[in-house]
Design a protein around this ligand. Structure first.
Ligand SMILES: [Zn+2]
Length: 408
């Protein structure tokens, strides 16, 4: 078999295309392949598919193809141009690459597989491409996937904020809680950040939203109320965020009490910070005795902790009426605890209680996107080289967007 026929097979070239010439460069470990086409072939206009004869050729272009063994392989061709009466002079489509790509489709597919498996700098070494080329491939894959994405209704969404980098830049992530995918990434955590997502939805998609899990964060509430019909019944404040709020109050009680005790030379609370933040069942075994001893000491922080733990039971209720009754009891206890931080936290929750209790209708939390969170955390940790926030967004869509990334 001649090397030209061999490469016709390897590249999958079909009439009117064939391989005209192959050049092996041993010194640079490189194979160059030139594709040519039959004379008199008929070409489709890339816009309307009308069959046309050759008008002229564009300048020679080069595409990186899959390696031939360890040899980097490049395909060269001059793309025919046609003159369509309706669309003017245009380059025709070639079967081996997408328009404007500098890689063949087969190479892009491999590159996507590699990029899905390792970080960008690892992928550049394996694929022997540059950093910018790798990002270009990811960006194109994401855009391709987004274009193909169907406009289906996402019933349960979670809105989450993420610190994008040091310097406290935030990203707003909208997740499909059922599919576990990131639907939208926006900069900042303003009303506009979330509105960006809603704005792109059709009326049907907006009406189809059944529940929105989020933090008690006014800009997100405003965005949702403005766009989603009957939002008041659909917003569910994330229970872990609610608990986190009370957890912070417990910690404030501990700090204050610890300071008071220290003034009397009492170090009882030294090193106990995390013990009070655990849920009862999560206290590590090696610290269990220490913890049991502490809760019997009738400390203020012990009371605060008990109030926090009691609040967790709120989410165990099934019937809204019983849940509401329990909430009232808890609120009375918290506000009469003579623990200022706890009282304040309880009052904050009261202001948001309607959309905490919506949990009984829609048991959603952002924890379902915790799995996603750890994935994003990983993206962040390997993102030391992300030169800008756009790359970070691209990486999130690439890894978590549930998109069809491959060229076809
Ligand atoms: Zn045309």
């Amino acid at each position: 078999m001649q090397d030209t026929s061999l490469y016709e097979y390897l590249l999958g070239l079909k009439s009117p295309w064939s391989v005209g010439r192959v050049n092996l460069n041993v010194k640079d470990q490189q194979v160059d392949v030139w594709a040519t086409h039959e004379e008199g072939a008929v070409w489709g206009c890339p816009k309307c598919s009308r069959e046309l004869v050759l008008y002229d050729h564009a300048e020679e272009r080069v595409w990186r193809h899959l390696d031939s063994c360890q040899y980097k392989t490049f395909l060269h061709a001059r793309i025919p141009r046609v003159h369509c009466p309706d669309h003017g002079v245009l380059q025709v489509m070639v079967p081996w690459a997408e328009p404007k790509s500098r890689f063949t489709i087969l190479f892009e597919r491999l590159a996507i597989d590699v990029l899905l498996q390792c970080d960008v700098s690892g992928a550049t070494r394996i694929l022997r491409i540059s950093w910018d080329e790798a990002w270009g491939l990811m960006d194109r894959a994401v855009k391709r996937g987004q274009k193909r994405k169907s406009r289906k209704v996402v019933k349960r969404i979670g809105v989450d904020e993420k610190a994008a980098a040091k310097g406290h830049r935030y990203l707003t992530l909208v997740c499909d809680l059922e599919e576990g995918t990131v639907e939208h990434v926006a900069e900042d955590r303003t009303q506009e950040s979330l509105d960006e997502y809603y704005r792109e939805l059709t009326t049907e998609q907006l009406e189809g939203i059944e529940a929105v899990a989020m933090d008690m964060w006014t800009p997100y509430v405003k965005a949702t109320v403005t766009r989603v019909p009957d939002a008041a019944e659909k917003i569910v404040f994330d229970r872990f965020h609610v608990m986190g709020h009370v957890g912070k109050a417990v910690d404030t009680v501990r700090k204050q009490e610890h300071r008071e005790l220290l003034q009397e030379g009492d170090e009882t609370l030294k090193g106990s910070k995390y013990l009070w933040l655990y849920s009862r069942e999560n206290v590590p075994e090696h610290r269990l005795d220490e913890f049991k001893a502490l809760i019997h000491l009738e400390l203020k922080v012990g009371r605060a902790w008990a109030i926090k733990e009691a609040l967790r039971r709120l989410w165990h209720y099934v019937y809204p009426a019983s849940g509401k009754k329990y909430w009232k009891k808890w609120y009375f206890w918290a506000t009469h605890s003579r623990l200022d931080p706890i009282r304040k936290a309880a009052e904050t929750l009261r202001r948001h209680i309607d959309n905490i209790l919506t949990y009984f209708q829609h048991p959603v939390t952002n924890a379902m996107s915790e799995g996603l969170n750890s994935k994003i955390q990983k993206i962040k940790s390997m993102a030391c080289g992300f030169r800008n926030i756009e790359n970070f967004k691209t990486a999130i869509y690439f890894h978590c967007g549930g998109l069809e990334l491959y060229p076809c």
